[in-house]
Design a protein around this ligand. Structure first.
Ligand SMILES: Cc1cc2nc3c(=O)[nH]c(=O)nc-3n(C[C@H](O)[C@H](O)[C@H](O)COP(=O)(O)O)c2cc1C
Length: 368
């Protein structure tokens, strides 16, 4: 099923951008997890639209209403369901998109898949708005993981070729990740962050859009979690990451860059730090054989330029069966990257929670 994922922690996503509400069900959470609702609201606000002149002007409060699985401040252990109302809809902007297929968006493929019954208003179920309930689910999972000493954070690694510094995958600290979460436009190098903002505004004023890269780091996740092959930590996280609309690439550790090294350079040498096994480099992003090795998990996701742009584009009218020129109306993000940062963190938290809750007891103890 397309709208559900997870082994032990099962997530179901539902709703359309201009329907009554969107939401999520998380089934498999342990009972008794105290939820900090203010912290959840802070996470929702990081993704919410209309916060600055870099994103869509759609205004949504994005207040999750928890309708089940939560009682006296704690999860009950039964399905946790949250609803988020859609209030600022302007469906008239989307009238022509029943017939005129936006290049780069899901209009044509949705038409093929659902035979015209799909809700096309505001991109329907394919809207980036569906990432709001994902952020809710991620915020819950982050709190569970925080109790286990795990922290997750991300930054904008690039926008339209303007690059930020990258995480040091060996020395990354929870303090660095926390500081990024407090920045509305999280970049490690402030000056590069300003250049990225300029790129976004330049695209916006030309009725165009730009894409970029989000880099995410995870600290404190236990070693020895994950499976070889299909249950590999890379596979579990990639499945979730590629589910985020507009993600077109994912790489762990050095990723494609590792192909430029020799084995003698790419291998991460082991050493003992006190009693703990660590690696001196972390080109493999904290995962070997699909299983975590205790080093920071580091990966990057490539986000494409927003497809809905105001510039005239060539497309087809599927009702009239002819080629036409399309100028997309409606309120759209000239760049998705900065809004995708908390979404990437959220799906990472969901995947890691599921891995942790699904983990069998270790088969053998490490031999001294
Ligand atoms: C936070 C977020 C906001 C988005 N906002 C827009 C938008 O304003 N306009 C748009 O065309 N696409 C937007 N998207 C991306 C589309 O939903 C996505 O490109 C589309 O569903 C096609 O899917 P694909 O790009 O994964 O193939 C957004 C994605 C995210 C994650």
């Amino acid at each position: 099923m397309s709208s559900s994922i997870g082994q032990t922690l099962k997530l179901s996503l539902f709703g359309e951008s201009h329907g009554a509400a969107i939401g999520v069900v998380l089934d498999g959470l342990p009972g008794g997890l105290a939820l900090d609702l203010e912290e959840i609201a802070r996470e929702m606000a990081r993704r919410a639209p209309g916060q600055d002149n870099l994103s869509t002007t759609r205004r949504e409060a994005d207040i999750p209403q928890i309708v089940s699985g939560f009682f006296r401040g704690r999860t009950t252990g039964t399905p946790l369901c949250a609803l988020i109302q859609n209030t600022d809809t302007r469906s008239g902007d989307y009238g022509t998109l029943q017939e005129l297929m936006r290049p780069g968006h899901a209009d044509y493929t949705a038409q093929l898949r659902y035979g015209g019954y799909q809700d096309f208003r505001g991109s329907g179920h394919f809207s980036g708005r569906l990432t709001a309930p994902l952020v809710f689910a991620g915020a819950v999972c982050k709190q569970l993981l925080a109790g286990e000493g795990v922290s997750i954070g991300a930054h904008i690694a690039a926008v339209h070729g303007v690059r930020d510094a990258l995480f040091d995958p060996v020395t990354l600290t929870p303090g660095q990740l926390d500081a990024l979460a407090r920045q509305p436009f999280p970049a490690l190098d402030k000056a590069q962050g300003e250049k990225m903002r300029t790129e976004i505004l330049a695209a916006k004023y030309e009725a165009d859009s730009v894409g970029g890269v989000v880099e995410c780091g995870v600290l404190g996740f236990p070693a020895g979690i994950g499976d070889p092959f299909f249950g590999s930590v890379e596979s579990v996280l990639s499945h979730l990451l590629f589910s985020v609309p507009a993600v077109k690439g994912v790489e762990f550790g050095l990723g494609f860059g590792i192909t430029e090294l020799r084995g003698s350079q790419s291998n991460d040498s082991y050493y003992y730090d006190g009693g703990e096994v660590k690696t001196r480099t972390n080109h493999n992003g904290g995962i070997l054989g699909g299983i975590t090795n205790g080093m920071p998990i580091v990966f990057r996701a490539a986000i494409k330029p927003t497809s809905s742009i105001g510039k005239p584009q060539q497309t087809v009218n599927i009702a009239a069966r002819r080629e036409e020129t399309l100028v997309v109306k409606g309120r759209h993000d000239p760049c998705i990257v900065q809004r995708a940062v908390p979404v990437i963190e959220a799906v990472t938290a969901v995947g890691l929670c599921d891995l942790l809750l699904s983990a069998p007891q270790k088969q053998t103890k490490e031999k001294g």
